[in-house]
Design a protein around this ligand. Structure first.
Ligand code: SF4
Length: 209
């Protein structure tokens, strides 16, 4: 089976406890206002075979502490994600998945019922809401411990105060960022402007699936 991937990074240290593999899926039908990942909205690009993906992931999995899957909207590729998570689960690492759908709409889905996800963060990003909790872009989002492993690995982590934390990697061609910026991109854009840095970030693509 194939899956559409925006990017993968290791280590990511700001989206859950420890050094994690971060996988951003490509394609999102939700389109929250203020989304900082608009480059992940477009469907039908960046297709890879899950078997090829496994070969890359095998180099990181033995050393990682967990896996975080974001997007894009992971549940827009539910069947492909189930196949990927079945492979990842064989390594006994905790798995956090973000979704912009409401938990009411997700709770009966095969993927949520499967036991393959340890922690699920649901609900769309809402830029009008406050942001006071770790791992959440806005306080309307909900954390669901779907396994005992998820609760044991994340409960204490989530009680710690929200800090300004971002992973930033710079290459000659680009800069990538992982984590939940405070106030979306506003503070980063302001700081960049004050330092005469021109910042361009991801743009919306409006093609739907
Ligand atoms: S669900 Fe996530 S990727 Fe999709 S628009 Fe909302 S914040 Fe952006």
């Amino acid at each position: 089976m194939d899956i559409h991937i925006s990017r993968m990074h290791y280590p990511v240290t700001t989206l859950g406890p420890g050094k994690r593999i971060g996988i951003w899926l490509q394609g999102c039908s939700i389109h929250c206002e203020g989304c900082i990942s608009m480059d992940t909205w477009q469907f039908n690009i960046n297709k890879v075979s899950i078997n090829d993906l496994k070969q890359v992931l095998k180099t990181w999995l033995p050393q990682c502490d967990g896996i975080t899957i974001s997007g894009g909207e992971p549940f827009d590729q539910e069947n492909a994600l189930i196949e990927l998570l079945e492979f990842l689960n064989s390594y006994n690492k905790n798995i956090l998945v973000y979704s912009g759908y409401s938990f009411d709409g997700l709770k009966d889905k095969k993927l949520v019922q499967s036991g393959l996800i340890d922690v699920l963060i649901s609900e769309p990003y809402d830029h009008t809401k406050s942001q006071t909790k770790r791992l959440l872009g806005s306080d309307n989002q909900q954390v669901h411990f779907l396994t005992s492993l998820g609760k044991s690995e994340f409960a204490t982590y989530l009680e710690q105060p929200l800090e300004k934390e971002l992973d930033i990697h710079i290459t000659p061609e680009t800069v990538w960022m992982a984590g939940i910026p405070i106030n979306g991109m506003k503070e980063i854009a302001q700081a960049s402007k004050e330092n005469n840095v021109t910042l361009s970030h991801s743009q919306a693509v409006t093609k739907n699936k």
